[in-house]
Design a binder for this molecule. Structure first.
Ligand SMILES: [Zn+2]
Length: 227
């Protein structure tokens, strides 16, 4: 339990320092809330609703797409307090890699890199993304989408889900890594993300869009193409 609290603290400190405090985290309320949940001390919906995915069960915590080991899935779920909850994302069109998952996976990678070192993060994150994306580009239905339309609906939806998963959890993080390189490195990317996280929200459309991200980086969609 002490370790869980320590882990929560590390992630919250990292995200607060790099992106800014959660707006509902005054007086450390949010942190206490999350700690209470982690340590099984009960959960009160105190102005803080957790995402559906945010599920601290053994099954979710061992999902390899979200982190190499259970502790890292836990980091992923906590990072959603910033990307996904603290900042909401629009659901970009079908086929788009943009979602809350991209920045959440990227941030998880950065935290893991800080905690366990470059080699570990490269092996368990960047290399995994590359392998997934390589397979994805070779996927029959990505190369021949017209055949996907011919499948029975349940089968088509299952495959579309799998493909979207790769786009959100592997392709976008790789594109963010490319953006990081193009803007001049981690520090430059962190300052861009800090700016986006704290931007003035347009309440008629408060979602963080891919275009806003690209504009903040001074990049185009083509710049981030991995092909
Ligand atoms: Zn997620």
């Amino acid at each position: 339990q002490a370790n869980a609290v320590q882990a929560v603290r590390q992630v919250v400190e990292y995200c607060t320092e790099h992106y800014g405090p959660l707006s509902f985290a005054s007086e450390g309320g949010s942190l206490k809330l999350i700690q209470a949940r982690v340590t099984g001390g009960g959960y009160a919906a105190n102005g803080c609703s957790l995402l559906d995915e945010q599920d601290f069960t053994a099954q979710n915590l061992s999902d390899p797409e979200k982190g190499a080991v259970p502790g890292e899935v836990f980091i992923h779920e906590l990072v959603h307090q910033w990307w996904g909850l603290g900042n909401m994302f629009d659901t970009a069109g079908a086929g788009s890699p943009w979602s809350a998952e991209g920045l959440t996976v990227y941030t998880t990678y950065r935290i893991v890199k800080e905690l366990y070192g470059d080699d570990y993060a490269q092996k368990h994150y960047v290399n995994q993304w590359r392998a997934e994306v390589e397979d994805y580009y070779l996927n029959f239905y990505i190369r021949h989408p017209e055949y996907l339309q011919k499948l029975p609906e349940a089968e088509r939806l299952r495959i579309e889900n799998d493909l979207a998963y790769v786009r959100w959890y592997s392709e976008m993080p790789l594109m963010l890594l490319k953006a990081e390189e193009l803007v001049g490195g981690e520090e430059a990317m962190d300052s861009i993300l800090h700016g986006l996280f704290n931007r003035e929200l347009d309440w008629s459309y408060p979602y963080l869009t891919y275009q806003e991200f690209l504009d903040a980086c001074g990049l185009t969609e083509e710049d981030l193409s991995l092909a």
